[in-house]
Write a protein that binds this ligand. Structure first.
Ligand code: KIV
Length: 271
């Protein structure tokens, strides 16, 4: 809040200042208006309109099938809900890897059509031309290294990445490259905590971890996982802050029972 009572928007500069001040950054995913409004009003620093929407909203096994149009639809809903937090949108698989011109076109569509504040894309040196081109158009870019779900068919498994020295060195090199080209932050997914610490200490931009340990500059989780809406996914890094699967399941059963027994509606719940 500002001194005049206005809500002050979190920006990429705010995140940078938080890193410098040693204040940890809180980030969650969001895909729809109602949930994004609750998270923004709760004081979340940043929301990621993640391509994990492909899993948790659409029921796909991977993040690969989601389209640019679908990402823009989710991003528009989140943007309409939020007054304070920074909103970052994932560029979907196949929309930026091919050539940098296409990447720029994708990023511009996301920014123009959704009103979000930044984009995220997966990879290091292999996508650096796309990163550079998007940045030259004034669009803030967040990187994503470590386990990059859009490459799951290359990895073959969702296990911890960069446990071996060569992969860890490459990851550090890619983080430095993304910083040097002007990315404002990087997500590190499912890597050893000590590597997360090393990267966060080496680069000046904020490092947001998901399964990257406690020494990085902030944390992100998939909202459906941390709220316990999903109940079939339990990686070590996940802490569940609620068990909404059970709450919703019970509420639905209570409602069904009341309808069947003619307990709902009662005399006061009708006109
Ligand atoms: O799409 C997503 O939810 C993400 C997070 C795992 C960081 O990229």
């Amino acid at each position: 809040m500002s001194t005049t009572g206005e809500i002050r928007r979190v920006t990429t500069n705010t995140l940078q200042a938080m890193k410098q001040a040693g204040e940890k950054i809180s980030m969650l995913t969001a895909y729809d208006y109602s949930m994004a409004k609750i998270l923004d009003e709760a004081g979340i620093d940043a929301l990621l309109v993640g391509d994990s929407a492909s899993n948790v909203m659409a029921g796909h096994e991977t993040t690969l099938p989601i389209t640019l149009e679908q990402m823009i639809y989710h991003a528009q809903s989140v943007v309409r809900a939020c007054k304070r937090c920074l909103i970052v949108v994932d560029l979907p698989f196949g929309s930026y890897q091919g050539n940098s011109k296409e990447a720029l076109h994708t990023a511009i569509r996301v920014m123009k059509e959704s009103g979000a504040h930044a984009v995220k894309l997966e990879g290091g040196a292999e996508v650096i031309e796309s990163v550079k081109r998007i940045l030259t158009a004034g669009v803030p870019v967040m990187g994503h290294l470590g386990l990059t779900p859009q490459s799951i068919y290359k990895f073959g498994t969702y296990t911890v990445r960069a446990k071996e020295e060569a992969e860890a060195e490459l990851l550090l090199h890619n983080a430095q490259l993304l910083e040097q080209e002007g990315c404002f932050a990087i997500v590190l997914e499912k890597i050893p905590a000590m590597l997360g610490k090393k990267v966060a200490e080496t680069v000046k931009i904020p490092i947001i971890g998901i399964g990257a340990g406690k020494h990085v500059d902030g944390q992100v989780l998939v909202m459906h996982d941390m709220l316990g809406i999903t109940n079939n996914f339990s990686p070590r890094f996940l802490r569940r802050y609620a068990n909404l699967y059970d709450t919703i399941h019970q509420a639905a059963q209570d409602y069904i029972g009341d309808v069947k027994k003619q307990n709902f509606p009662n005399d006061k719940e009708q006109y």
